[in-house]
Design a protein. Structure first.
Length: 129
């Protein structure tokens, strides 16, 4: 979310992601941590039933492993409630941009540096406020 540029995604998914990013920046009241299909997944052309099938192959194991790494890194569990403010504080405290190679291993966007720059900027904003 912090490195979102909209490159390489279909129009419907891009609109939904833009809305999610906007909600976050506007200060969402509360979101619940889940590891199942969400509103972004529902807008993705790779979703079939409740599973991701990018390039006609199931990506469920890869997605589950990534979700587990992210939740573990932040010390979160399914069902936890988060606000924009709390998420920003977690990011500032844990500095995930310094460990993206581990957290996001295998992500094709990692080499672009978008997430690194977006997360680093978020940390700097929180620390300067």
């Amino acid at each position: 979310m912090f490195g979102w540029k909209g490159h390489g995604y279909d129009e419907r998914f891009s609109r939904e992601m833009d809305d999610v990013v906007s909600d976050f920046r506007d200060g969402i009241e509360e979101a619940t941590v889940i590891t199942s299909s969400d509103r972004l997944c529902e807008a993705c052309p790779h979703l079939k039933d409740t599973s991701c099938f990018k390039n006609d192959n199931s990506n469920e194991d890869k997605i589950k492993a990534h979700d587990e790494r992210v939740l573990g890194f932040f010390g979160l569990q399914v069902g936890n409630k988060l606000t924009s403010h709390l998420l920003k504080q977690l990011i500032s405290k844990s500095q995930p941009h310094e460990q993206l190679d581990e957290i996001c291993a295998g992500c094709s966007w990692l080499k672009e540096g978008y997430c690194y720059e977006g997360l680093k900027e978020q940390v700097q904003q929180v620390q300067s406020s």
